[in-house]
Design a binder for this molecule. Structure first.
Ligand code: PNS
Length: 173
């Protein structure tokens, strides 16, 4: 038996902030399922399979942590896997508003599931997957903020994308 929690997100890509959060949740709950949402309302760099594979690799050492993708409502997935809690990370005050909104909606949809927010560890409290993507895309260093293999995967995705597009003929006369 025991309590299963899900830790949902886009994970595009998984960061050390996510890894820290999943490990901390795994110390509280009997099982933690990292739930990778397949169609978030944002432009993605990685496919669902890639995001799942990267999260699996990043949490490979954590025995009671597994990774699955889901589509549709989060609470439906939670019920499907028998989770009693949804874990979310709070980085800054700005997260609070969004997370409260989502938590209240999720509670309306599934009152039996509790939303548990953990405050991010200080070194990762300014971290976001989108900032990491921007930094890597522009040639900066994200060392220590995402696993090494994620840096390599991002560099590979962005390789060649920085080349200037050819100037159209009609512009040059
Ligand atoms: O990493 P993110 O992008 O902050 O994660 C957001 C996520 C995936 C947790 C949220 O968008 C979500 O739960 N999506 C599933 C669809 C759903 O249930 N929407 C209603 C949420 S109140």
């Amino acid at each position: 038996m025991g309590i299963t929690a899900i830790y949902p997100g886009s994970f595009d890509p998984v960061t050390m902030g996510h890894v820290d959060m999943a490990r901390r949740a795994a110390a509280i709950f009997d099982r933690v399922i990292i739930a990778v949402y397949d169609t978030p309302a944002k432009s993605l760099v990685f496919t669902t399979d890639e995001r799942v594979a990267m999260a699996k690799t990043a949490l490979a050492g954590a025995e009671n942590v597994t990774v699955q993708s889901f589509s549709g409502l989060l609470v439906d997935f939670a019920r499907q896997v028998g989770a009693l809690a949804i874990v979310r990370g709070l980085r800054a005050v700005s997260d609070f508003e969004v997370e409260t909104q989502m938590a209240l909606m999720n509670r309306k949809l599934a009152p039996e599931i509790e939303v548990v927010c953990l405050v991010s560890s200080l070194p990762y409290s300014y971290l976001s997957a989108s900032l990491i993507k921007e930094v890597i895309k522009l040639g900066g260093s994200a060392e220590g903020l995402v696993p090494e293999f994620v840096i390599a995967a991002l560099k590979q995705k962005y390789a060649g994308q920085g080349d200037a597009a050819p100037v159209p003929r009609w512009l040059t006369g």
